[in-house]
Design a protein around this ligand. Structure first.
Ligand code: URA
Length: 435
């Protein structure tokens, strides 16, 4: 077999066999197939797509490119969640402690932000000392002892995804349905959870811009999970406007802390509770979504979730005094609130533009490995459907550089679109896909 023949076959829109896919993935991981050939292949996949069978074979080949964790010896049932990426998506920070507070073990390996979408690891590192590089043994021990782990992706798990994602990021091949499905599910299968809730985002601030594509991606990932004996449910949620109000690492951590203490934005709290209900049902803790929701509310409002979060931060080396006194978090030097330039109803708060404004300020990375500024970001004050009067606060920029602040302000003003007529709020969820 030759890599070039596999590239040509996909370029010509033909279906690859399992053997060809395994040859390609294994050759790439071993270093026998160079980056330029893999890049050409990824572009052919993006342009010509893959059948569900090919995507499943690709996922399994990527999952088996490294170690597969077995959590069965550690906890009776472990659940995980994964979001396909969004703006203001600090859901993991709240959902994991709520679920763990109900007694269901949650072990998650999260990623860093890339482009306009944020990453949980960067948000966690706004707490000084928090370790995101746990070893496999530390991950397993902590899961067993405290029932909650939130760390970075171990290099031994699905190494094909780590290598391929880095190439996709610089070759314009991220927004491909088979490549996203295999990337997400190979990691999830390798990380060993028995049950997985997928949060598939759709809208202007998501990789899947249409509901139809988001449904296809969700269905495919659920089916792949089933083939690997994992229980998977996918919710399809809105990413046309940011989730909650805060965008930026420390700002999102503060919003997550506020939510874990019983406050926080209503849309964000609701989103978290819905995800928790699904996780509790999949993890056999609740028999219906209503029961799951009641358990999640009790964990959140009764303080169990907050206690779990403190324990998580403490166990992973984070300075818990920051949780007790949030004024200790480092803040940006320039904070400016921008007021509504007109009166009207908000038709759009473009999530992609808001995410990109946060990247301009330094909250995100243009490329992998770039440093980030934890303190900077944006707080939006209004959501789609709100009636806003001229002069009311519209958004607040947290910056450490006046030029960047001015650029972000232009983008954010453009992100807000107005209507003379009342317009409905955006839904939080569009669909649920289960097997
Ligand atoms: N999230 C992932 O883990 N992989 C992708 O390809 C896209 C989003």
């Amino acid at each position: 077999m030759r890599a070039v023949d596999i590239i040509i076959k996909k370029r010509d829109g033909k279906e690859l066999s399992r053997e060809e896919i395994e040859f390609f993935v294994n050759g790439f991981v071993r270093g026998d197939i160079p980056d330029y050939q893999v890049s050409a292949w990824a572009m052919a996949v993006l342009l010509n797509g893959m059948t569900d069978r090919e995507t499943t074979d690709l996922t399994l080949a990527m999952a088996h490119s490294g170690e597969i964790l077995d959590l069965s010896g550690v906890v009776p049932i472990a659940v995980d969640k994964h979001s396909t990426g969004g703006v203001g998506d600090k859901v993991t920070l709240v959902v994991l402690p709520i679920v763990a507070g109900c007694g269901l073990a949650v072990g998650k390996m999260s990623g860093r932000g890339l482009g306009f979408s944020g990453g949980t690891l960067d948000k966690l590192e706004s707490i000084p000392g928090y370790r995101t590089n746990l070893s496999k043994q530390e991950f397993l021990t902590q899961l067993k002892e405290i029932g909650i782990v939130l760390s970075g992706q171990s290099a031994d798990l699905a190494p094909a995804d780590g290598k391929l994602y880095a190439l996709r990021d610089v070759t314009g091949t991220v927004p491909s349905l088979p490549l996203i499905a295999s990337s997400v599910m190979s990691k999830k299968i390798a990380a060993g959870a028995h049950a997985i809730v997928l949060d598939v985002k759709t809208g202007v601030g998501a990789f899947m811009q249409t509901l139809e594509d988001a449904r296809k991606l969700a269905r495919l990932m659920v089916n792949i999970g089933k083939l690997s004996n994992r229980r998977v449910v996918a919710v399809i949620s809105d990413m046309n406007q940011p989730l909650g109000f805060a965008v930026g690492n420390t700002l999102e951590m503060l919003e997550a802390i506020e939510t874990l203490q019983g406050g926080g934005p209503a849309d964000f709290r609701e989103h978290c509770l819905v995800l928790c209900s699904h996780m509790l049902v999949l993890g056999n803790m609740a028999s219906t979504l209503e029961e799951g929701r009641a358990m999640a509310e009790k964990s959140l409002d009764g303080g169990a979730a907050w206690k779990k979060f403190r324990k998580l931060v403490q166990t992973q080396g984070g300075d818990v005094s920051y949780l007790d006194d949030v004024s200790k978090f480092e803040r940006a030097s320039l904070i400016e609130t921008v007021r509504a330039p007109r009166s009207g109803y908000l038709l759009a708060v473009n999530a992609k533009e808001v995410g990109e404004a946060a990247v301009v300020l330094g909250a995100g990375r243009a490329k992998k490995g770039d440093p980030i500024d934890h303190a900077v970001g944006v707080i939006i004050h209004c959501k789609v459907g709100d009636r806003v009067e001229q002069g009311e606060p519209l958004f607040t920029i947290h910056a450490n550089d006046a030029t960047k602040l001015a650029e972000a302000k232009d983008r954010l003003l453009r992100a807000h679109q107005w209507s003379e007529q009342p317009c409905p709020p955006l839904p939080l969820f569009y669909d649920v896909i289960a097997d």
